[in-house]
Write a protein that binds this ligand. Structure first.
Ligand code: FAD
Length: 502
């Protein structure tokens, strides 16, 4: 069936993950006069659009939704880590002689990776923060509202308080209040009946966008080019993946929120090639370890104590946070693994919440040579310019990884008995937090792609969004920051587009 595509919209958004959804939401709220369209290359998985797949209770249906998110021709994992709902780069992920990003992954579905994420939403601290974004804290607060962030959804998870007490005793000395060990802010909602739901792009879109008659979401619609006329963004070319037809859609503003690898890809394909495009690519290198809590007893069954029935424990029950500081430059994510629904019988059964996974994320030593490059002669499975990753760890990166190994061991020792002899270093790209490829800056000096409201220096009217916009070396999970920056961009569009009289 052929679909009708509009000939003109006021704002065209490319990509329906949390950042594209933030533009649609803010513009729906602030400018109900505007015609908005969101184009998404992946399929619609569920209703409401952008729903987190973990909220799909039927196992087979959830698995199907994950498979449908894995792109047109998922690459074989070849021993690489392919998480459900994501797909890896088919090739070009490791140039000979370089470290590469073997685990670089993407998701193609309405909601993007935000339909599959873990929903950790810490605020950046110290040098993770972007110093030149006006009102960053207020933007982060609004982003927390859009994502439905709650730091206390799992306060009653078994042993969560004990985990934090032990970590704090070992690690809090010398830290500012806001950088002490604390519950991880999570984009989850705990309902009155104890059910927990995860925020996806559906929560960001909200009723404000769904009820907006001037917003349309087009799934399975690949944007192949951003149109530029007289130096300004002028629209998009969209390929309907249903029937292969191509459509030119004029737009006064274009927002590309197509993840940190495909946003620069689309700009490149459109002939928009500023010097910093694709450069400063950075991933958060990760050290993981697991311990069994020392000296804890299986509590008697009761609310929140892990009876093994019902929703009182979820897979991520009890998530604690050891915030990044410049002195201790790691982001620590401490997740108590659920033991239910395994029957808790016998002396050997671990108490729910007593097996604790520690993940220490490191910031990258930023370098322009770490980049995603594009090929004008070879195409990926979507027919877009093929990617080639150039990525190396520096001496500083290796030193930080060594330090993170020591730091995670210290945290583990405070908690209990390690399950393995030594911490494990995950293959590069495993963090799923790729940043820097369309970074913002204070001047158009060749080291950035866009300004502090995410508008591309070289193409007024074109905004970029997502983790690629973040210019600092962060270790904390980036989505909250990226949504905050998307809000700044959406507000500028809301402020500057003339009122439309229909
Ligand atoms: P995405 O969510 O990736 O969405 C981009 C969308 O653009 C995709 O749907 C894609 O199909 C679409 N697109 C691409 N190219 C085109 C095109 N040419 N035309 C049309 N559409 C296009 N982050 C955190 O902060 N905390 C976490 O705890 C966390 N955990 C994670 C766990 C997992 C398993 C995964 C997979 C990710 C996790 N992340 C986490 C990362 C987080 O999901 C991303 O940071 C977030 O989704 C980025 O949002 P986005 O809108 O920029 O991009």
């Amino acid at each position: 069936m052929t679909r009708d595509f509009p000939a003109h919209v006021d704002v065209a958004v490319v990509g329906s993950g949390p950042c594209g959804a933030a533009y649609a939401r803010i513009l729906s709220e602030q400018r109900p006069d505007l015609d908005l369209a969101t184009f998404e290359t992946g399929p619609l998985l569920a209703d409401p659009p952008g729903l987190h797949v973990k909220n799909i209770t039927d196992d087979a249906e959830r698995r199907r939704a994950q498979l449908r998110s894995q792109g047109p021709s998922p690459a074989p994992a070849d021993g690489r880590l392919a998480r459900p709902g994501t797909f890896l780069l088919a090739d070009g992920y490791q140039n000979p002689g370089e470290d590469g990003l073997p685990n670089a992954a993407m998701s193609s579905n309405v909601g993007g990776m935000g339909a599959h994420w873990t929903a950790a939403c810490p605020r950046p601290g110290d040098s993770e923060r972007i110093p030149f974004v006006p009102g960053l804290d207020e933007l982060l607060t609004e982003a927390e509202g859009l994502l439905g962030v709650d730091a206390h959804a799992f306060d009653d998870a078994p042993f969560a308080a004990e985990v934090r007490k032990r970590l704090a005793a070992a690690l809090d000395a010398g830290r500012r209040d806001d950088r002490r060990v604390q519950p991880m802010p999570l984009a989850v909602r705990r309902h009155g009946d104890g059910r927990v739901t995860w925020s996806g792009a559906d929560v960001v879109f909200g009723e404000e966008t769904r009820a907006n008659p001037r917003h349309t979401l087009f799934p399975e619609a690949l944007v192949t080019r951003v149109l530029v006329e007289e130096g300004r963004a002028a629209g998009v070319v969209v390929r309907d993946l249903g029937d292969g037809s191509e459509h030119r859609i004029r737009a006064d503003r274009v927002v590309v929120a197509a993840d940190a690898l495909r946003t620069p890809q689309l700009l490149w394909a459109s002939g928009i090639r500023p010097p910093a495009l694709g450069r400063y690519l950075n991933d958060q290198h990760q050290i993981v370890y697991a311990v069994r809590l020392r000296d804890v007893r299986i509590p008697s069954a009761g609310p929140g104590t892990g009876s093994g029935h019902g929703p009182d424990i979820t897979r991520h029950s009890g998530v604690s946070w050891v915030p990044y500081t410049d002195d201790e430059p790691f982001h620590g994510q401490v997740m108590q693994l659920d033991a239910s629904p395994v029957a808790l019988t016998g002396d050997e059964a671990p108490a729910p919440g007593s097996i604790v996974g520690l993940g220490w994320f490191c910031p990258k030593d930023l370098r322009p040579d770490d980049r995603v490059a594009f090929d004008d002669t070879r195409q990926d499975a979507y027919g877009m310019p093929a990617m080639r990753i150039h990525y190396r760890l520096t001496d500083l990166d290796r030193a930080r990884l060594d330090r993170a190994r020591t730091a995670v061991q210290r945290a583990a020792e405070a908690l209990g008995d390690p399950l393995d002899d030594t911490p494990r270093t995950l293959a590069l790209g495993a963090s799923l937090h790729y940043q820097g490829t369309v970074r913002m800056g204070t001047d158009n000096d060749g080291t950035s792609v866009c300004d502090s409201a995410c508008e591309v220096w070289e193409v007024p009217g074109l905004h970029v969004a997502g983790n690629g916009v973040i210019p600092t070396a962060t270790a904390c999970n980036p989505t909250l920051t990226s949504v905050a920056l998307a809000i700044a961009g959406a507000r500028r569009i809301a402020r500057t587009l003339p009122i439309q009289r229909h």
